[in-house]
Design a protein around this ligand. Structure first.
Ligand code: AHR
Length: 534
């Protein structure tokens, strides 16, 4: 067995993921079998379903065409919202949808999207016309149709506290105010539920280029005046206010987190927040982004190495938060994450259209597992973005729709929503390409509310099968079953013409000598649960 302390040092931060026990054993044959122990005696925190949140910005074809086709469209729709998309999203049990941005949110004026619409522009994303036909009521209808919840982004950059406060009054009051009557006249007499609001977006950049101190002033003002009046949300179900948080791990960002958290600890009674956001995209070179298709194993390894930096980022900011909030009252909400590649050839570069491959599926699983391992602090996350933009779940082209590999990962992870984290220990082994060494295997376990045990097992290695032997003390199941997602090549994608290239297949795992044996395909994401077959 060869162990290298220098390699260990270099990769320690990304390899020591949660409770994994690692040894960098280079004997390849020994690594192809992985022993994994599940410790059901030490259940961890709840994996908040909100870490499976989505993000729908007015950007490219994300909202218009992706969600909204209008009631007169030939594409089957309900009140203008496409039925195929709604059906697909219901299956994902989307816990919340963040809207209307993104950078767009800090230029959004809600009144332009109710009643008679005002046609304006979308300067952030291609400078195109913003017809505002999809506004507040259409968004609420969409969220309702897919069975999800609202995460509203408030305009701090170019709006006012009054505008934001009035939006919330319009949405939530049950009393017969002028705004409530206007809401009723627009078709919704009953107040809406607004579980989450974001106070600004990237206020350090597209949201207004603010310093941490300047943003803090805005936060305290908006937090005071943006009130939720819905009588159903005055008890345990209060609206969560999410402050703008960091966008990286460097000094600029640690200072940002420190400023906000220090002020929160010393806050007056008159303001509060329940979450701090974190944005982190997987990008290697902003000036020359990687392609989303037509890449090889080197780019596969490079992107996965980059995405594992999420672990360090969360650890860094959680540590700062712990200083001021040891009880972890404030959630870290990773409300923008995912891969960001070069625009697909022929697309409008402002529309952020990219393909979605098995690499993105593995990337999604690795990030979701990081969030789950930090479930005590990370209680929300929103992948960017829902449809036709960045690492999307769904792509559409007029009447056509295709589900991406990332969609399938989110579907496979549904059992982990609100499940209890169960610690696992395993020797991840390593996979190396082009001088890049990554943990070969990743895994999490959780018990759902019925007590059923679920395992997620990722094989990062695109070439080798891995056999996982799962040791579960007190195992009383005689079979394991679930789904596995893999693909022919590292850049395999689903297209409108070939929509099932990357699609989950059923998998059964046998129990042998009291252990569950699961064989993982190369570059695969697998979810299995334990049961008793007759
Ligand atoms: O998701 C695309 C953009 O990325 C968002 O609008 C912005 O918040 C971030 O920079």
């Amino acid at each position: 067995m060869v162990r290298s302390s220098s390699i260990l040092t270099k990769f320690a931060s990304i390899l020591i993921l949660g409770s994994m026990i690692l040894s960098l054993d280079v004997r390849v044959s020994a690594q192809l079998k992985v022993q994994l122990s599940v410790d059901t005696s030490k259940p961890g925190p709840k994996i908040d379903r909100n870490i499976f949140g989505q993000f729908a910005e007015h950007l490219g074809y994300g909202v218009y065409e992706g969600i909204w086709v209008g009631p007169d469209s030939k594409i089957p729709n309900t009140r203008g919202i496409r039925n195929d998309v709604v059906t697909a999203l219901k299956t994902l049990k989307v816990p919340n949808v963040r809207w209307p941005g993104g950078c767009f949110a800090d230029e959004y004026h809600w009144r332009k999207g109710i009643g008679t619409r005002t046609v304006t522009l979308n300067p952030n994303w291609g400078g195109v016309i913003e017809a505002n036909t999809f506004g507040t009521h259409e968004f609420m209808d969409f969220v309702d149709q897919i069975g999800s919840q609202v995460y509203l982004s408030i305009n701090v950059g170019s709006g006012t506290p009054q505008e934001a406060a009035e939006w919330l009054e319009y949405l939530t009051t049950a009393q017969p105010t002028t705004l409530a009557k206007e809401r009723a006249a627009n078709g919704h007499p009953v107040p809406y539920k607004i579980p989450m609001v974001g106070i600004g977006n990237e206020s350090w950049d597209c949201g207004g280029n603010m310093t941490p101190e300047y943003y803090l002033r805005q936060l305290t003002i908006y937090s005071r005046f943006v009130r939720n009046f819905n009588p159903a949300q005055q008890g345990n179900d209060q609206m969560q206010k999410i402050a703008v948080g960091p966008g990286g791990g460097e000094a600029r960002w640690t200072e940002w987190t420190d400023t906000i958290m220090k002020a929160w600890e010393k806050r007056q009674w008159s303001w509060d927040m329940q979450g701090l956001s974190l944005h982190n995209y997987t990008v290697i070179n902003w000036a020359n982004k990687f392609a989303s298709v037509g890449f090889g194993e080197k780019e596969y390894a490079q992107i996965l190495r980059e995405t594992l930096k999420m672990e360090d980022l969360i650890t860094t900011h959680s540590a700062i938060m712990d200083k001021y909030d040891p009880q972890k009252k404030i959630a870290l909400v990773v409300d923008e994450w995912g891969s960001w590649y070069a625009p697909s050839p022929g697309s409008n570069p402002g529309f952020l259209v990219q393909q979605n491959s098995i690499r993105d599926a593995v990337l999604a699983a690795l990030n979701l597992n990081i969030f789950a391992r930090h479930a005590d602090r990370v209680r929300g996350a929103n992948i960017a973005q829902l449809i036709n933009v960045l690492q999307a779940m769904i792509m559409t082209d007029k009447e056509k729709m295709v589900l991406t590999p990332t969609y399938h990962v989110f579907k496979m992870y549904v059992p982990f929503q609100d499940a209890t984290f169960i610690p696992v220990t395993f020797n991840a082994g390593t996979y190396t390409n082009s001088g890049i060494t990554l943990p070969r295997v990743d895994a999490i376990a959780a018990k759902d509310i019925t007590g059923k045990l679920w395992l997620e097992l990722t094989n990062v290695d695109p070439n080798e099968f891995v056999e996982i032997e799962v040791n579960i003390p007190g195992l009383n199941a005689n079979t394991g079953s679930g789904e596995t997602l893999t693909a022919p090549t590292v850049d395999s994608v689903n297209t409108f013409d070939a929509p099932n290239t990357v699609t989950p297949k059923p998998i059964t795992a046998k129990i042998q000598n009291g252990k569950l044996i699961v064989k993982l395909d190369p570059k695969s994401v697998t979810v299995v649960s334990l049961g008793n077959a007759k």
